[in-house]
Design a protein around this ligand. Structure first.
Ligand code: 5GP
Ligand code: MN
Length: 337
């Protein structure tokens, strides 16, 4: 699905545009939203970025952040009004309306032209136009290519470039995941040529960690990381009470699962978090072991081969039991990597 020309035609005349992205936005979600917003504003469009939830402090430096509206239930009337008024709605870095919580039904029923730009597998067909490429390392890579292929690369100024670089850097795990192609590095080089400060972007995203988050990490590594050598599997569980005890804020659990994956010999890892209304699961893997297959079969979710997420309406203990019960089915594949 590469409706690039049609998207270009749609953007020819200034109009009202709403951009949204997935819940608990990460740097690719915010970077693609604010990068696209920065480009569209230069073309004279009236752009609003609406996120389905809030997002962590380390993403608030991006140019354009001040005008982002984070949906919180209380501003429902405002957000419904923006949806109703929008001529075009861009849906970035997700391709299923269940990924945007309460905004899902609003987008579904909106009369606006819907444009989906994403790199996740198995997209839903809710959009009028789409630029979808599951081989892309990040959605910001697709935003770069869209603008470039529309012949407007000169509108990628330093502000837009900083947003796009942030998504490219983080979704490739700082240019080390298998998604890091020569094209990724070529785009990174072009973004650098726009005058961005790479080390400052890296620092803003990865440093400045709160002491609460570090203490939570210490606790998790000491007390909550369980390694199952018979399955080359490691996992972490976190109760709602533990999150409260460590004053956990949005994003504080981000990256914990990578510590489980980094254990010597581990092929796949998971973190199970009690978010009160549901259990959120995050899986990561190395090599050919597909956590997307595992999650889509057993845990109501999806994602990519090496990074996937899902959710369960069971208790935390029941979800953990379910995970332990299915591991034997995957033992051979887990041990083969
Ligand atoms: P994370 O574990 O960081 O939340 O997500 C890892 C990957 O899985 C991301 O690409 C994310 O978009 C995808 N993902 C996370 N949760 C879900 C979900 O509930 N459904 C689907 N389809 N994908 C998800
Ligand atoms: Mn992404």
């Amino acid at each position: 699905m590469h409706d690039i020309e049609a998207i270009g035609d749609l953007l020819r005349h200034p109009h009202r545009i709403l951009i949204t992205t997935h819940q608990n936005p990460d740097a690719d979600a915010m970077g693609s939203s604010l990068g696209l917003a920065g480009y569209l504003r230069q073309k004279g469009h009236a752009v609003t970025v609406v996120t389905p939830t809030d997002y962590p402090h380390n993403l608030t430096w991006m140019p354009g952040n001040d005008s982002v509206i984070a949906y919180d239930g209380k501003n429902r009337t405002l957000v419904e009004g923006l949806m109703a008024d929008a001529d075009t709605i861009f849906c970035l870095d997700f391709s299923g309306l269940d990924r945007i919580k309460d905004l899902g039904p609003m987008v579904r029923t909106a009369t606006a032209t819907k444009v989906m730009i994403d790199h996740h597998l198995e997209p839903e067909s809710f959009a009028t136009l789409a630029y979808w490429d599951p081989k892309a390392a990040s959605t910001t890579q697709l935003i770069f290519k869209l603008i470039d292929q529309l012949g407007e690369g000169e509108l990628i100024n330093a502000d837009v470039a900083a947003c796009l670089y942030a998504g490219l850097m983080t979704d490739t795990g700082s240019f080390r995941h298998p998604s890091t192609t020569s094209e990724v590095h070529e785009i990174a080089a072009q973004l650098l040529a726009r005058g961005i400060d790479v080390s400052s972007i890296h620092r803003r995203i990865f440093d400045g960690v709160s002491i609460d988050k570090l203490r939570l990490l210490g606790y998790v590594l000491n007390e909550k990381l369980r390694v199952l050598p018979d399955y080359n599997f490691a996992y972490i569980t976190l109760t709602a009470d533990e999150l409260r005890r460590y004053r956990s804020k949005t994003g504080d659990t981000e990256g914990l699962v990578n510590y489980a994956l980094s254990v010597e010999g581990v092929t796949a890892a998971a973190i199970l978090i009690d978010r009160v209304d549901e259990i959120r699961l995050s899986f990561r893997s190395v090599g050919n072991f597909s956590v997307r297959d595992l999650v889509s079969t057993h845990f109501n979710g999806g994602g990519h081969k090496n990074a996937a997420g899902g959710r369960m309406k069971l208790s935390l203990a029941e979800t953990e039991q379910k995970l332990l019960a299915i591991l034997p089915d995957y033992q051979e594949k887990l041990m083969a990597v």
